[in-house]
Write a protein of this length. Structure first.
Ligand SMILES: Nc1ncnc2c1ncn2[C@@H]1O[C@H](COP(=O)(O)OP(=O)(O)OP(=O)(O)O)[C@@H](O)[C@H]1O
Ligand SMILES: [Mg+2]
Length: 392
């Protein structure tokens, strides 16, 4: 495995305070790193008693691609990963690696690296021995094994911690050992199950950037499970949003954000407002906040009451003494301020406004909220008692 000067410099930087990690661009690829494999999940179903954990899930991942699986707790993310890894079997459907069905191949022979939701290091082994473990299983000789493990630890910025045991490492360091252990076998497929969930916000962002840089450098096909939408959108080539054992939409992050296929995706990814509206013209138009705009295609709804789904940056607000809303709160976010407005005494919306324009928008101030003349996404009208909006 090759190292280079940038890599060494990064390791030197990372050996300082606990929690500091190498710069994302630093990791060097091992010599002879293999091309990632194509991974296909074909109509996977799996039930546990009455619980249908997977319900016909299909997904094609290209070689070297990073796909994030995003979805609420219990929607089947871990089950999908465990079936791909071979730790769990499907009731129906197949997993294809480079086009070949791997159903009959045990986990240990699937050539995959996995970082589990709880990172499960061996407590009685040093960081180095943890990383070397998979190589030992693959019968790689002692000296070579130690050397490879040391290189991997160096790559994740932990050269100085090689002799420490898990209880002597911070959560972030343990995550990086788990990652190095998964990468040590140079897998053609990397499966990461919430690998960053135990970490504080800053380390989490640094480590996800490092994972992405490594993954790109090594060309490893990666399935990355998270329930953090910001994480999913920021590191993936594509994001799959799961709900109740199925994928609702798989798309590149900007498409998922701006062209959500369903109301569930729209509200799970990013913040979304619901404004009561009225569908007209055979479902082609929607009127809300006194404006009539084209209704987003593909919803085939009949004329009548609906909710218009609109992002915080998709509404306009101006100070107006006789306006339709009252400011209830404001949150400073740097260049923009998120202003909460109660419209017509019943609908609360959040609107992102350039901070410079918000001087008059203090709680209690009267404002006019308008819908810009762009096509709007509509969803069935939500009544009291329906599930609350999940996003912030
Ligand atoms: N071994 C099992 N035995 C019984 N039920 C299970 C088992 N594994 C998973 N389940 C159930 O299957 C469903 C999906 O579980 P899974 O662990 O795949 O969800 P998840 O999307 O990973 O959730 P989380 O975000 O909380 O980790 C859940 O209802 C869970 O309780
Ligand atoms: Mg899980």
């Amino acid at each position: 495995m090759a190292t280079d000067a940038t890599h060494d410099a990064a390791s030197a930087r990372s050996s300082g305070a606990a929690g500091q990690i190498a710069a994302p661009a630093a990791p060097a690829a091992p010599a002879g790193a293999r091309e990632g494999a194509a991974v296909s999940l074909r109509s996977l179903s799996r039930s546990f008693g009455q619980v249908r954990a997977l319900d016909g899930m299909s997904l094609d991942i290209a070689p070297g691609e990073l796909v994030a699986l995003l979805g609420p707790s219990g929607c089947g993310k871990t089950t999908a990963l465990r079936i791909v890894a071979g730790f769990e079997s499907a009731d129906a459907g197949q997993v294809l690696i480079s086009g070949k069905d791997v159903s009959g191949i045990p986990a240990a022979r699937r050539d995959m690296g996995m970082v589990f939701q709880s990172y499960s290091l061996f407590p009685n082994m040093s960081a180095l021995d943890n990383v070397a473990f998979g190589l030992r299983m693959r019968k790689i000789a002692g000296a070579r094994r130690k050397q490879r493990a040391a290189e991997l630890l160096d790559m994740v910025g932990l050269a100085a911690q090689a002799r420490q045991h898990p209880h002597q490492l911070s959560g972030g360091q343990q995550q990086r050992v788990a990652l190095a252990r998964a990468l040590a076998i140079e897998p053609r497929v990397l499966l990461l199950d919430e690998p960053l969930s135990a970490l504080d916000a800053q380390v989490r962002v640094q480590l996800r950037e490092q994972i992405r840089a490594l993954q790109r450098r090594l060309g490893t096909t990666t399935l990355f499970v998270t329930h953090d939408q910001e994480e999913a959108l920021s590191i993936s080539d594509r994001v799959g949003v799961m709900r109740s054992g199925r994928l609702e939409q798989v798309a590149e992050p900007p498409v998922l954000y701006s062209r959500p296929a369903t109301a569930f995706v729209a509200e799970f990814v990013g913040t979304m407002n619901r404004v009561p509206g009225e569908l007209t013209a055979g479902g082609a138009q929607v009127t809300a906040l006194g404006t009539t705009v084209p209704a987003h295609d593909g919803h085939n709804a009949a004329d009548g009451p609906v909710d218009v789904l609109v992002r915080p940056e998709g509404l306009a607000v101006t100070a107006a003494g006789d306006g339709n809303g009252i400011v209830t709160a404001r949150t400073f976010r740097g260049a923009v301020t998120r202003v909460s407005v109660l419209i017509s005494g019943e609908t609360e919306v959040r609107i992102d406004v350039p901070t410079a324009d918000t001087a008059a928008m203090t709680p209690g101030a009267a404002v006019q909220v308008t819908l810009p003349p762009a096509p709007a996404l509509v969803a069935p009208r939500r009544t009291a008692g329906d599930a609350p909006v999940l996003a912030d």
